[in-house]
Design a protein around this ligand. Structure first.
Ligand SMILES: NC(=O)c1ccc[n+]([C@@H]2O[C@H](COP(=O)([O-])OP(=O)(O)OC[C@H]3O[C@@H](n4cnc5c(N)ncnc54)[C@H](O)[C@@H]3O)[C@@H](O)[C@H]2O)c1
Length: 253
């Protein structure tokens, strides 16, 4: 299977090249605005418009700026796309949605299969325990992370809130003498420091028992492996929008 790789020279692009090789795939062509002719294991061009080598699936870890050219290439060639880049505007998301009427589009802000399984397990636990157990979400990330809570913690919140039964509201940390917990709360807590790649824990705290569902990311390669799995999943799929939950559905049968 041959991939076209957007953002090929970036941190994630390099991880995907390694993960693709491990999975027996080939990078037919990389695309990166920063390419200036440096040696690379595969051909690289600076713009999606310049890709002339055919590929089975396009995997992108770049920046939203190249989206119009990326979608042109996908439409022109009928090539499915795995969009891992984050930070799209509402207008760009609408463009992606429009393109998915013509081509297969896979988009997930978190490409880790493990995190997506955690989301499903947490939703099941919330459905089963939500009325009786208190739910809290704790995430830990390195000191450089700009946003809090993480996008993944918010995704986990949405998944458990939907299933937890009675109306729940998010509480971002607690402080002060009148901070006693209400049952309607789901607490979200962001710990920052050091070089932690990323940890998410969904806690179900009941009378005399606790269930803690934890995912720990040791490095960024898990996102690359997820992207490669997504590419394999997407090859040959009809036009439409897909995400990691569809991969899980297929795996779980
Ligand atoms: N979905 C996920 O699970 C997941 C995980 C990690 C990172 N990301 C996202 O992937 C993206 C890349 O992350 P990174 O850490 O590798 O960043 P990076 O800055 O290391 O790499 C991005 C690369 O894209 C190139 N680039 C920028 N604009 C381009 C364009 N218009 N066309 C082609 N190439 C272009 C840059 O030159 C750079 O080499 C970010 O949006 C990041 O948030 C998503």
């Amino acid at each position: 299977m041959k991939l076209i790789l957007g953002g090929a020279l970036g941190r994630m692009g390099r991880e995907v090249a390694l993960a693709a090789k491990d999975a027996g795939m080939e990078i037919a062509c990389g695309v990166d605005v920063a390419y200036t002719g440096q040696p690379c294991d595969f051909p690289v061009v600076t713009d999606f418009d310049k890709v002339t080598i055919p590929g089975d699936v396009l995997v992108d870890f770049s920046r939203p700026a190249g989206l119009p050219e990326l979608l042109n290439l996908a439409r022109r060639t009928g090539m499915p796309v795995v969009l891992c880049t984050t930070g799209y505007t509402e207008d760009e998301l609408a463009e992606i949605d429009k393109a998915s009427k013509e081509i297969a589009v896979f988009r997930s802000a978190n490409m880790s299969l493990g995190i997506n399984l955690l989301r499903r397990l947490a939703a099941t636990a919330a459905k089963t325990l939500g009325e009786d157990f208190d739910i809290e979400i704790i995430e830990r990330h390195h000191r450089m992370k700009a946003d809090a809570p993480s996008g993944t913690a918010l995704m986990l919140y949405d998944a458990v809130e939907k299933e937890a039964g009675s109306l729940k509201e998010p509480i971002y940390g607690r402080y002060g003498r009148t901070a006693q917990r209400k049952h309607s709360e789901i607490g979200l807590h962001a710990v920052r420091g050091g070089t932690v790649t990323g940890e998410h824990e969904v806690c179900f705290l009941g009378e005399g028992e606790e269930i803690l569902l934890t995912h720990r990311a040791e490095n960024r390669s898990l996102f690359a492996r997820g992207a490669v799995k997504a590419a394999r999943f997407l090859k040959g799929k009809p036009a439409g929008m897909y995400d990691m939950q569809d991969v899980l559905d297929e795996l779980l049968g």
